[in-house]
Design a protein around this ligand. Structure first.
Ligand code: ADP
Ligand code: GLC
Length: 484
């Protein structure tokens, strides 16, 4: 099959979270299965700064935004043996960040990603590349299924192309004022209840859900959760309409990239069968971050976007308890101003057992996974979560809230798990979290049992193999719908 991945971030070109990991790792696995896979993303400043052997293409892309024809260059490179295409436009993509700053989203995100989506379709035609499947990810790419169904309905070029739309996070829907419709080059026929209209606003995610051939999300539990009012973010009704075409497929992890046996960023490599090097990484991390280099003090790690999604309200309430306890807490993250301030305050107070590291630091993250005994993800909701999978692989026992993909990957003995690999709690309260932290600290003191728990986690298989095969099947289903 010819499969085109369209995404707003892809590792190693541009990344703010797990989406980028997925849009690189799934294509790699599909390529190994024998498919012609290609990837397309915007040419941000971050991509340009990274180098990546990117070359200028001969074609340029065009799209009408704000009633004006905007142009952009097309560039290309590769990810292993996968062709990667990049759409350039200085006005829209030459900025410091991908989506916005700590103060908020860029106000013209609708224009930026409308240009990208229209540019993708324009480029495919100019290249004469007709994918069997266009696989779109999150709201930034939502216009593609919509345009293919509406504007290109009569267009034979795409008549046999199936469109898959994957929801990585339903809380980010691409919700904009009504006026943005025209700015994105869409006429008022799009502003109806069975298209983009949503309580008087434009909702791009809604349009994609209603027009894609198939819809997936990134874990089975999240797939069920988003069809309820609690986690449906107001789109549970729309998802209900497409219920028969909605599938939950658990993300995998790129085990070539995330492997403590080969990771060059670690102080010492180790594995499930030879785990001794983990202690060297713990000591290295403690020294690096100015913590007491004590082997018997448990290190709890967090590598996360700083948002309400990730449970930072619970952590904020529990901070005095963390400061007083016999543990070390290492946090790496960037995100909302509210939580940045909170962490900066903690840093300023100089608690000796808490290390706060603000920013997006891909070189520090593996050191934290490798140097931590416990990895904390007390998420309010979590579509899939890759952090806990990386932690498992690196022998940091995950402690998570039982929601979304966390519930599908972390199993607690207390719930009767026969092969436990971590700790989990249900109620989104500081009490429930602290009770579980205390339980994990107690377990840590039983060295023999802890080693067993850690090794079992390291031996879990959350690679992409099984899930990539599920996607293969779903692509075939989408194509069957097209009569192919
Ligand atoms: P989400 O996509 O919701 O942010 P995931 O758990 O799916 O959460 O994926 C997060 C990914 O981003 C992981 O690869 C994690 O290591 C990485 N990450 C998150 N925050 C940072 C940071 N501040 N520095 C480096 N890597 C980070
Ligand atoms: C989103 C979700 C996260 C998921 C990632 C990749 O960022 O918040 O849970 O792992 O996408 O699908």
């Amino acid at each position: 099959m010819k499969i085109l991945f369209v995404a707003s971030e892809v590792t190693p070109f541009a990344k703010t979270g797990g989406l980028a990991d997925v849009t690189a790792a799934l294509p790699k696995t599909l390529k190994k299965l024998g498919h012609d896979v290609r990837i397309i993303l915007p040419f941000y400043s971050e991509v340009e700064r990274g180098g990546h052997g990117i070359r200028k293409g001969r074609k340029s892309v065009e799209a009408v935004i704000d009633g004006v024809m905007k142009k952009g260059l097309f560039r290309h490179t590769s990810l292993g043996d996968i062709p990667v295409y990049l759409i350039e436009n200085k006005e829209y993509f030459s900025r410091d960040n991908l989506y916005g700053t700590a103060a908020g989203e860029y106000p013209d995100n609708h224009r930026r990603f409308a240009f990208f989506c229209r540019g993708v379709l324009d480029l495919l035609k100019k290249m004469d590349f007709r994918p069997d499947i266009i696989h779109c990810h999150d709201w930034q790419t939502a216009l593609i299924p919509l345009l293919l169904r509406r504007e290109k309905g009569e267009d034979l070029f795409f008549s046999k192309t199936g469109v898959m739309f994957t929801i990585h996070n339903l809380a980010y829907q691409g919700l904009f004022a009504k006026e943005t419709l025209a700015e994105m080059g869409l006429d008022s026929s799009y502003f109806t209840i069975d298209c983009l209209e949503y309580y008087g606003k434009v909702n791009l995610m809604k349009g994609a859900i209603l027009s894609a051939d198939l819809i997936t999300t990134v874990s089975e539990t999240y797939c069920r959760e988003i069809q309820t009012p609690e986690l449906g973010n107001g789109l549970e009704g729309v998802l209900g309409v497409r219920n028969a075409d909605l599938h939950g497929v658990l993300n995998g992890l790129d085990y070539d990239l995330w492997d403590p046996a080969t990771d060059r960023g670690l102080y010492k490599n180790y594995s499930a069968t030879a785990p001794a090097g983990k202690a060297v990484n713990k000591k290295g991390l403690q020294k690096l971050l100015g913590l007491e280099p004590a082997a018997d003090v448990p290190v709890i790690g967090i590598v996360s976007r700083l948002t309400a999604q990730k449970g930072f309200d619970l952590l904020a309430e529990l901070m005095p308890k963390f400061v007083r306890s016999r543990l070390q807490l290492v946090i790496l993250g960037t995100g909302d101003e509210k939580y940045l301030k909170l962490l900066q305050d903690i840093k300023a107070r100089g608690a000796g057992n808490i290390s706060v590291n603000i920013g997006f630091h891909p070189e520090l993250a593996p050191k934290i996974y490798a140097g931590s005994d416990i990895f904390l993800m007390p998420s309010h909701y979590e579509p899939c979560g890759l952090g806990q999978m990386i932690a498992l692989r690196y022998g940091a026992v995950p402690l998570v809230r039982k929601t979304g993909g966390l519930a599908d990957t972390v199993f607690d003995e207390q719930d009767g798990a026969t092969e436990p690999n971590g700790f989990s709690f249900e109620d989104y309260t500081p009490e429930a979290l602290w009770e579980t932290v205390s339980r994990s600290l107690q377990a840590f003191d039983d060295k023999g049992a802890w080693k067993k728990l850690m090794k079992r986690g390291m031996s879990c298989d959350f690679s992409w193999d099984a899930s990539a095969r599920k996607y293969e099947e779903l692509y075939r289903l989408a194509l069957a719908r097209k009569g192919r």
